[in-house]
Design a protein around this ligand. Sequence first.
Ligand code: AMP
Length: 193
Amino acid sequence: MNLILFGPPAAGKGTQAKKLVAERGFIQLSTGDMLRAARSSGSELGKRVAAIMDSGALVSDEIVIALIEEQLDNNPMAAGFIFDGFPRTIPQAEALDKSLASRGQKVDLVIRLKVDENALIARVTKRFEDEGRADDNPEAFKKRLVAYNSQTAPLVQVYAGQGKLAEIDGMAKVETVSDAIADTLDNAKSKKA
Ligand code: AMP
């Protein structure tokens, strides 16, 4: 089972992905985490993407697709992947389909966390105070939301058209959201069986 956790930045995708890793043995593939790791390791890639990330813009499709390909290659026996923060553009979604197909797999389910943008801004302001991530500052966060709405949100229609989209209220409590995700996954599994 390969799952995309979909939603704007700070919708809670990372939190929910980590719970699914702990509870169901998925492998989480977060391009944001991979890029942050590249930055803290001081690699060439990290240096190339730092300013773009801090501004709130998207890094190139080519870079994130290569990161995902590398992880798919490194985990040939995985029971399932959760894609968190990827794909974020139509070309990324097309590349993911191709990549999975070449491994005899596909995207099985897309779970969209639906959230209110004003509430997100409040959530991120708090996260900025607690964690100090440069791209959580209000100006950069606004840019991340613009990038989401213009480049990423169109994917909702693509996956809805493929009959793969499930929508969940991402404004509910963390536990309530996890329960809803668990139900959606169990339903999808029983339909598959
Ligand atoms: P995230 O933690 O997923 O919100 O990602 C943090 C930042 O990393 C984003 O604002 C982008 O600059 C970059 N990034 C992460 N994933 C992607 C992606 N799939 N495509 C392009 N840029 C990405």
